[in-house]
Write a protein that binds this ligand. Structure first.
Ligand code: PHE
Length: 344
């Protein structure tokens, strides 16, 4: 009898070690078969009962049954442990669809687009219509109709990408003056923003693809004072209430007189000689302008005794460089959302 108890103690501790070491259901079942299976260790011990004196047999049977019951309980606990662990492992590698998603990073409007729409809004308020046109133009719209005949040296200055002898990527937005006047009679007040192309080597101030905005006003009694007033208003809208503009004499075949337009340096307000934005001049160049050349108006069959007009063309990147105080024009096209996000 004592002998059986001792054997059982030893068996239970080995069983306990085996089942708690089992790491999956297969190992657990192997332990069950080895100890509790039909030809397992318990069965061997049960067979030993027959060798005992008959008075001891019922007690021995009960002891064995109790031990088996505790073993079976442990087996159930270990099976639960293994199941839980498998569940945890599955959770760790599976997707929890109820978990809050990481917020997606919103993009933002490109600073050139923001700049363009600010300019458009200003001009729309003044009653100008915003018009768009093709980026591939015949040379008639780009040059001839703008008073730049085929042999005129001014064509050189536009460093154009020619597609055929007479088709090119527009090097400025001025063709939109012609396209508009061709289709409408005065009064005309349009703003034409858009992409332009020139064979320029890329550096901190130049790109071969950039944006311009063209303005054109043609009606009775239009003079340069209107131009200066409208552009002063634009610069105050873009750079602040203290801005002024100045006109420097210049030359464009399609305007007469012609001017380069400068605005007060928004950074130093013209008050220092060491400003790195304007080089100490106190002025920033915005682009070209002037009174529409009579030859252009005549080409459009307008009566130059009745109507006159002005036009201007500004580089949008240049305006944005100035407004956001950016040192290198190439930054606009690195497609860095963090860069754009800062410039709202
Ligand atoms: N188209 C000219 C340029 O790109 C600018 C301009 C436009 C000048 C309108 C005068 C009038 O250089």
């Amino acid at each position: 009898m004592n002998q059986i108890s001792q054997t059982l103690d030893d068996l239970v501790s080995r069983f306990s070690a085996a089942v708690s070491a089992a790491s999956d259901e297969r190992e657990l079942d192997a332990a069950r078969v080895a100890f509790l299976g039909r030809s397992g260790e318990i069965t061997v011990i049960r067979r030993g009962i027959g060798a005992l004196p008959s008075a001891e047999r019922p007690t021995a049977g009960k002891i064995i049954n109790d031990v088996v019951a505790t073993m079976e309980e442990q087996l159930i606990r270990e099976a639960q442990r293994i199941q839980l662990r498998a569940f945890d492992a599955e959770l760790a590698t599976s997707i929890d669809v109820t978990f809050p998603a990481p917020a997606s990073r919103l993009g933002t409007l490109h600073p050139i687009r923001t700049m363009t729409s600010t300019i458009c809004t200003y001009f729309e308020r003044l009653g100008f219509a915003v018009v768009l046109g093709p980026e591939i133009e015949p040379d008639y719209y780009t040059f001839d109709a703008l008073n730049i005949p085929a042999d005129h040296p001014a064509r050189e200055g536009f460093d154009s990408f020619f597609i055929t002898d007479s088709l090119l990527l527009r090097p400025h937005t001025s063709p939109m003056q012609i396209r508009t006047m061709e289709q409408h009679q005065p009064p005309i007040a349009i703003l034409a923003p858009g992409t332009c192309y020139r064979r320029d080597a890329v550096d901190a101030r130049h790109l071969f693809q950039f944006h311009q905005v063209e303005g054109l006003l043609v009606a009775e009694g239009i003079h340069m004072g209107h131009l200066k007033g409208v552009l002063t208003g634009l610069c105050r809208e873009l750079f602040g209430p203290q801005q002024n503009v100045r006109f420097r004499p210049s030359f464009f075949p399609f305007t007469e007189p012609s001017a380069e337009v400068d605005t007060t340096c928004p950074k130093c307000k013209g008050e220092t000689t060491t400003c790195n934005m304007c080089g100490g001049s106190g002025w920033i160049e915005l682009g070209g302008a002037g009174m529409v050349h009579p030859n252009v108006l005549r080409e459009m069959k307008y009566d130059t005794d009745v109507v006159s007009g002005w036009a201007f063309g500004f580089g949008i990147e240049r305006l944005a460089l100035t407004r956001y105080e950016i040192d290198d024009i190439r930054r606009f096209y690195e497609n860095d959302p963090d860069f754009s996000r800062q410039l709202r």
